[in-house]
Design a protein around this ligand. Structure first.
Ligand code: SAH
Length: 456
């Protein structure tokens, strides 16, 4: 039976928004038919124009707001660029937290069919501004001057941004200063279309706990004009800089970093701490961008793991070993597995840096390595997973169910795949005890969640 579509392209209709999608668009329903409309907020009444009417759902554009949500914040047009990359910029922080918490509750019920799970109130930031410890900013040219900022959505047009409201002040200052210096030294920007010019991106990383700053200059060419002056000026104008790195990316690509990296001045790495654990961060290493909330998240994971020093723990999808090293302080032994070999090298170095000797790391796919460990007799008491957005591989979930660790701590960056995997683990003999959402990326649609599971 085919249902008729109640709207058609170019219709103007009046709607009341009911919900938000996972990427922050408003959802309105016309006789049950969902329309997705950017910038609409739940509870708001509006006139919208239908842009596209597919079979099961359509898209629209907001034309006029009749009734506003109490969570809406107005951003002056000239301020909007400061929010580059923030999909929830039109929602107050209180509203954002409510939305993220609801999203977790809803998917657990809808996708996971987990009705009676305890979902705690989301842990947000006291000050949700200026939190990012890293920026990688594309550089272009306009009216003979260098500009640097972010790409307009769905385009390659750069918006010149002097201040980002989500980056740490030291990061904003570094990007701005390096841009000014390059402009003064007449270092030409990279021209994407013609694949000519030099300066592609400016990257800055900052160790919040150590005050160490790294600047990475990413160019198309192996040579940088006026390079020694560039280095001299950066050192003179950015007192916190301890590392200046040059990365060459000669390819026609959207990928930011290229194949060759050299240190121009100072150290190869900067350091930072999460809790008491020290991390070395190179230009290429993965490191959490919000260390304040990372600590909140990992503390929760550690609390859920309830370690007393006797346990063997597996940390699947361990990255540079951040969670593993956190757990190693309280466990007998930790085994970390991660697919990127460079990350595993970093994890081993970080263990050494902290004098941690009870953590072992192996590079490979969690769904291959963990079954191998299990067959070899390595059974974990506690298993921690922190998979990418697509969630855990089925083979890994199957191994967990066979291996029967007493506890599973599931750290997730995607509530939908979390809900799907929790359902599989619940059917496989686990009880989902508690779920804690954490806001790691204020003003963006991302939600992090930690769940605690115990063997029934
Ligand atoms: N726990 C880490 C990183 C989590 S991000 C931290 O908190 O910093 C997810 C990680 O899973 C990434 O490092 C990614 O490279 C890795 N990954 C993706 N697929 C994988 C797989 N099949 N097996 C193991 N690791 C994988």
């Amino acid at each position: 039976m085919t249902k008729t579509i109640p709207v058609k392209k170019n219709d103007y209709i009046e709607v009341i928004f009911e919900d938000l999608t996972h990427d922050g668009a408003g959802v309105a329903k016309v006789d049950g038919y969902p329309l997705f409309i950017p910038n609409g907020l739940p509870g708001e009444k509006a006139k919208v124009k239908v842009i596209k009417a597919n079979k099961g759902y359509g898209f629209g554009r907001l034309v006029e707001l009749y009734e506003k949500s109490p969570y809406r914040v107005e951003i002056p047009k000239e301020e909007a660029h400061k929010y580059g990359g923030c999909q929830l910029e039109h929602i107050s922080y209180e509203g954002q937290l409510k939305y993220k918490e609801n999203q977790v509750r809803q998917v657990l019920t809808r996708i996971g069919k987990l009705e009676d799970v305890k979902v705690h109130p989301i842990l947000g930031m006291d000050n949700p501004w200026h939190y990012r410890n890293k920026a990688q900013v594309p550089v272009g040219e306009k009216d003979g001057k260098l500009i640097a900022g972010f790409f307009k959505p769905r385009s390659h047009e750069i918006v010149d941004t002097n201040e980002s409201l989500i980056q740490l002040p030291d990061i904003n200052e570094a990007v701005q200063t390096v841009k000014d210096i390059c402009d003064e030294l007449k270092i030409p920007a990279y021209d994407e279309e013609a694949h000519k010019g030099v300066l592609r991106h400016i990257m800055a990383r900052y160790g919040n706990q150590t005050g160490e700053l790294m600047v990475v200059i990413i160019t198309r060419t192996a040579d940088i004009p006026n390079m020694s002056q560039l280095v001299e000026e950066i050192v003179a104008r950015l007192p916190k800089v301890v590392s200046i790195v040059h990365n060459v990316n000669s390819k026609r690509t959207n990928v930011i970093l290229g194949e060759k990296t050299t240190v121009l001045w100072g150290n190869e790495v900067i350091y930072d701490y999460i809790g008491d654990v020290k991390f070395a961060i190179s230009a290429l290493s993965f490191y959490q961008v919000n260390p304040v909330q990372t600590k909140v998240l990992y503390d929760k994971a550690l609390e859920y793991a309830e370690l007393n020093g006797e346990e063997s723990v597996i940390d699947a999808y361990c990255g540079i070993g951040t969670i593993s090293l956190f757990l190693a302080q309280k466990a007998k032994k930790v085994f970390g597995v991660e697919v990127v070999p460079e990350a595993i090298e970093d994890a081993k170095k970080n263990a050494e840096l902290n004098g941690i000797t009870n953590a072992e790391f192996e590079a490979g796919e969690a769904e291959i390595i963990i079954p191998k460990w299990y067959k070899a007799g390595n059974k974990a008491d506690v298993l921690v997973v922190d998979p990418p957005r697509k969630g855990c591989d089925e083979a890994l979930l199957k191994t967990i169910i066979e291996m029967k660790p007493k506890k599973v701590v599931y750290v997730s960056c995607n509530p939908a795949t979390l809900a799907r995997d929790l359902r599989i683990l619940e059917d496989g003999g686990y009880k989902i005890l508690e779920v804690q959402p954490v806001d790691m990326f204020p003003h963006t649609t991302h939600v992090e969640t930690v769940a605690l599971l115990k063997r029934k």
